[in-house]
Design a protein around this ligand. Structure first.
Ligand SMILES: Cc1cc2nc3c(=O)[nH]c(=O)nc-3n(C[C@H](O)[C@H](O)[C@H](O)COP(=O)(O)O)c2cc1C
Length: 365
């Protein structure tokens, strides 16, 4: 598997990685795998499938993440996902929220490997696109250094691999199902990359073709590069959302085997990205015109872009403009969209393209 390209992915994040967010990220990287928010099977089967599933075709490679625990429902939802053009279906076995636990899915599914295997099989038998599972290192106070606890997680992974999953993503900390909020569950349980690495080695003794991605606490490209040889890919959540410029390096990281991870957000790059965002916003405007019930509101797009100017001189004013309802709401034509972004960029002091030692842009402030 060593010569196969590694996978770099933006994690599924509820209320964040919607279609607009993914289209913005696609402007920054052509190769990253982009995940949807988790969508419950019920919303897809009985709800407004267009609202939940529609996306722009230039967004590939795009993964639909499902929340559910009924094999039949998951199979139906996966089928719709395939019909809609998604490239892969991912099952959420890592979300610790109480609401999700009430529906008996998310992280609590790790305690039910037989059921998860049935879910994976049902989807695998219904669609031809790859199936993957995203899960945690363990549950509650399990300690992966204790054999039985380590074996619990390895058995879970083997079970989903046996059922036909071609990839698993390990969020490398336990999920604590009682007493911690979802947010605390992303910070308090310790990260254990060493255990995730061992799990990959042991899983691939039995299932050499199943890819194992590392997730959790990868805050910059250097952290990814440090782990490069130990995993088949890496999934980044919060850092990718809040400092999206890091995605500018991803295509080069993949082709240089993780060696080149710096990025330069110079004036030309900024203008290229801006052009992409303007084009995308204009195409969304046209799409909303075709559906009378849809209203165009540019903030649905700009809210995902705010992190791009992170660290740049003038970024506070730029961000204020991109989130000021009074300025954004009246933007309703192609020309107004272009003027809006060009004027907002006028608040940024221009950038130096001199990288520092880590290869990250030094901003002129
Ligand atoms: C706002 C938010 C929403 C999230 N929603 C989901 C989700 O829908 N499905 C999922 O599997 N994980 C979800 N996660 C967890 C992330 O996918 C990821 O596993 C976690 O943030 C750890 O990665 P990070 O340290 O790179 O952020 C969410 C995380 C955040 C911050």
């Amino acid at each position: 598997m060593e010569n196969v390209d590694k996978i770099l992915a933006v994690a599924p994040m509820m209320d964040l990685t919607d279609r607009h967010c993914r289209s913005f990220h696609r402007i920054l990287t052509k190769k990253a795998h982009l995940y949807s928010e988790m969508i419950n099977t019920g919303a897809i089967i009985y709800g407004d499938a267009h609202r939940h599933l529609d996306f722009d075709k230039d967004q590939h490679y795009v993964v639909l993440q499902l929340g559910g625990s009924e094999p039949e429902d998951l199979a139906k939802a996966a089928k719709k996902g395939q019909e809609w053009g998604y490239d892969q279906i991912d099952l959420n076995c890592g979300c610790p929220s109480e609401r999700v636990q009430k529906g008996s899915f998310g992280a609590c599914l790790m305690a039910e490997p037989t059921l998860v295997a049935e879910c994976v099989k049902a989807m695998k038998n219904t669609v031809s696109i790859p199936i993957s599972v995203k899960h945690r290192l363990g549950l509650n106070d399990m300690n992966p250094e204790i054999n039985a606890d380590y074996q619990f997680t390895l058995d879970f992974m083997c079970s989903v691999a046996q059922a036909g999953a071609s990839q698993v993503t390990i969020h490398a900390r336990n999920a604590v199902l009682k007493g911690l909020s979802p947010k605390e569950n992303r910070t308090i349980p310790p990260l254990r990359y060493d255990m995730a690495k061992r799990l990959r080695v042991d899983l691939q003794k039995h299932f050499p073709n199943v890819k194992v991605l590392l997730n959790g606490g990868l805050d910059d490209n250097q952290s990814i590069s440090n782990q490069w040889d130990d995993f088949d890919g890496f999934m980044v959540g919060r850092a990718a959302y809040h400092t999206p410029a890091m995605l500018l390096a991803w295509d080069r990281m993949i082709s240089s085997q993780g060696q080149e991870f710096g990025y330069f957000l110079n004036e030309q790059t900024w203008l290229d990205i801006q052009k992409g965002v303007i084009r995308y916003s204009q195409s969304w405007l046209e799409q909303t015109h075709q559906v009378p019930s849809k209203d165009f509101y540019l903030a649905a797009i700009t809210r995902h872009v705010l992190g791009l100017a992170h660290g740049l001189g003038g970024s506070r004013l730029w961000r204020q403009r991109l989130s000021d309802h009074r300025i954004i709401a009246p933007v309703k034509t192609h020309q107004q969209i272009e003027e809006f972004f060009v004027q907002a960029s006028g608040y940024l002091r221009m950038l130096s393209d001199q990288g520092d030692e880590s290869g990250v842009l030094q901003y002129v402030d």
